[in-house]
Design a protein around this ligand. Sequence first.
Ligand code: PAF
Length: 295
Amino acid sequence: MIIIHSVEKLNGYLTEIRKEGKTVGFAPTMGALHQGHVSLITAAKKQCDIVVCSIFVNPTQFNDLSDLEKYPRTIDADCVILRSAGCDILFAPEVSEIYTAHELELKQQHMEDKSWTMGKTVDFGLLDKVMEGAHRPGHFNGVAQVVSKLFRIVQPVKAFFGQKDFQQLSVIRSMVKQLDLPIEIIACPIVRETDGLAMSSRNRRLSAEERDEVKLIYQTLSIVKENYQLATIADLKKLVEVAFKLSALIKLDYFEIVDSETLQPIAAFDTSRSAVACIAVQLQTVRLIDNVIMY
Ligand code: PAF
């Protein structure tokens, strides 16, 4: 695996690869890699000739500076994981390779920078207003901003994202469509620990007691999925609320059953349109999200 830090060097390298007629697959990450990320690399390897993974802790998608500072940075361990997963190129740029001082200043002033749309009108409608969008203002603009920049740099034919960040996937798909980028977005299934906890870089920040308790998240989602034909949405929401009220360590931020395409809460089950149950919980210092596709 080659490790590249500069956009210029990556451009030069990828230009040669494209000249050879090889296809490039891309898995953007923020590092602190786990088996969930490995599944993205594995899928990319199956579908593309060359796999590029980026590790970039994106400052513009954090609402809270302390969250950005606390984000785990484990580049040496990440390289070991990427090498054994068969990644070809790791792109690990400095912040100054990706953002201008002006863009960072806008973020500091909590102003949304829209220059990443390259003059096009990009409107996510309600996709970025609900769930994570409602709890983390500006987060999805920051995600779209960095992913569009990385897409322009790497120019992959396919890009691979985990389904755990279901709303992020929807926003990225919408962005690609509206910017008319020739990139296929591939959603990779959630990878779970043996007790069902969705793999996440944030899990390593849980205390032993919290780690034990958070299995409740997937247990609850599984009960919801198993019982949807027997209960109303209101009943299932109540059930989830009660389950988390009984937990001393986990606070439920939201639980929603939404249409998989629009992300709007559904009023009743209708199997002619796919629905997904999404959850976010807060522990003492860690926020976790998860989801299950109902049907
Ligand atoms: O899912 C992530 O790790 C990040 O949001 C992404 C897509 C790499 C953008 O910074």
